[in-house]
Design a protein around this ligand. Structure first.
Ligand SMILES: *Cc1c(COP(=O)(O)O)cnc(C)c1O
Length: 377
């Protein structure tokens, strides 16, 4: 939703060209909602969702920790005021020299999902804490993270054994239930797996301490999603069910759920046309597309709410496309998007729920279009 502050900003500043406007008050509200929903979990904001310095500074000042994927993201979090003790290197795919650089910067918490990565961490970050990521099926997620990250629980046991043998602190287990996860029971299945890893290793004297429950918390697009509170309750009951009264230290890594609803993209209709005179279906071309920051419309996975000044008028189906000369630059075609029949070239449209995964996904200058500009207010 566009907040009054965002609408006022757009009305007074009238920025030219497509841009994202993020309202920091909404980010702060989201942070507090997570704190309240899961009071015993530490919050590691997933920096990749939106690394704007203003957002990182706000979250650092609220006490957030940070999940990072590269040395550059580590430096951004530190520049925002986060001490190294509040930063994890959560990418399972790291160059050994980047691990060494992170270690030099003071980072002591690393993700792994195979023995080969454990060997790198053991050499470049001796004695550091590592957690092993286990695979999840991603069911119920609108942006599943597939099989790229994590290993099966049986292998996680070997990976953590190896970590211990190489002098690392075998610290815990992580998972990510898939982004924009709308099934509350997804955490239950993943926590059952985590528990099995904990138990097996405990029998051998390796006592894990932490479960990293990842991100996946949704933002509202066209359909309602459960509130942070409902996620908190479902996760807490799952922790109780699997760990009884010995619940380990837990962390969550919200990205989308922290910033998604805090941002709105302002865009302009460049062209409205048809492919044949008799066609009903209109093609609407905006000044932003898949390469300008709307990459998550890939396979029409994420469907953003689009608001125009003519929404009270009758609507008809449109194919929605971007402005570049690549035929892949079409956002919605398989499921056309209803837009007002009165929509006109030059009209402004607001694309809501775009605070996460937009600026960072914009191309540098495809067809000469500049990367998505952003204003954090
Ligand atoms: C991207 C990512 C997140 C954030 O996921 P959301 O679904 O945006 O909350 C959290 N943890 C890790 C390891 C990630 O890669």
């Amino acid at each position: 939703m566009a907040t009054q502050r965002i609408l006022d900003f757009l009305a007074t500043r009238r920025p030219n060209g497509p841009c994202l406007v993020v309202d920091l008050d909404v980010v702060a509200d989201n942070y507090r909602a997570f704190e309240k929903a899961l009071p015993d979990s530490r919050i590691y904001y997933a920096v990749k969702a939106n690394p704007a310095p203003e957002i990182l500074r706000l979250l650092a000042s609220l006490g957030s920790s940070f999940d990072t994927a590269s040395v550059a993201e580590i430096e951004m979090a530190m520049d925002a005021g986060a001490p190294a003790s509040r930063i994890s290197f959560g990418n399972t795919i790291k160059k050994e020299r980047d691990i060494a650089r992170a270690f030099e910067l003071g980072i002591r918490l690393f993700a792994v999902d195979c023995a080969e990565e454990v060997e790198k961490v053991a050499r470049a970050a001796p004695g550091a804490r590592v957690f092993c990521r286990v695979l999840t099926d991603g069911e119920g997620a609108e942006w599943p993270l597939s099989r790229k990250f994590g290993c099966v629980p049986a292998m996680a046991i070997d990976v953590l054994r190896k970590a211990k043998a190489l002098g690392l602190d075998a610290y815990g287990v992580s998972f990510h239930v898939g982004s924009q996860q709308t099934h509350l029971d997804a955490w239950d299945r993943a926590l059952a797996d985590a528990r099995r890893v904990f138990s097996t290793l405990a029998d051998e004297g390796i006592v894990l301490k932490m479960v990293n429950m990842g991100g996946g918390f949704p933002t509202r697009y066209l359909r309602d999603v459960p509130a942070a509170e409902a996620y908190g309750q479902a996760i807490f009951s799952a922790l109780r069910k699997h760990f009884g009264n010995r619940i380990p230290e837990t962390i969550i890594e919200p990205g989308r759920g922290m910033v998604g609803n805090a941002g709105v993209i302002k865009s302009e209709v460049v062209l409205i046309s048809k492919k044949a005179e008799e066609d009903e279906l209109r093609w609407v071309y905006l000044d932003i597309g898949k390469f300008g920051g709307l990459a998550e419309t890939m396979d029409e996975a994420i469907r953003y709410p689009i608001v125009t000044a003519r929404d009270r008028d009758e609507k008809g189906a449109c194919v929605l496309a971007g402005p570049t000369c690549d035929s892949a630059d079409v956002m919605y075609e398989k499921t056309p998007y209803p837009l007002p029949l009165s929509l006109t070239i030059g009209d402004e449209v607001l694309i809501e729920g775009t605070g996460a995964y937009t600026t960072t996904y914009a191309s540098v200058a495809f067809n000469g279009f500049e990367p998505l500009r952003s204003y954090v207010i």
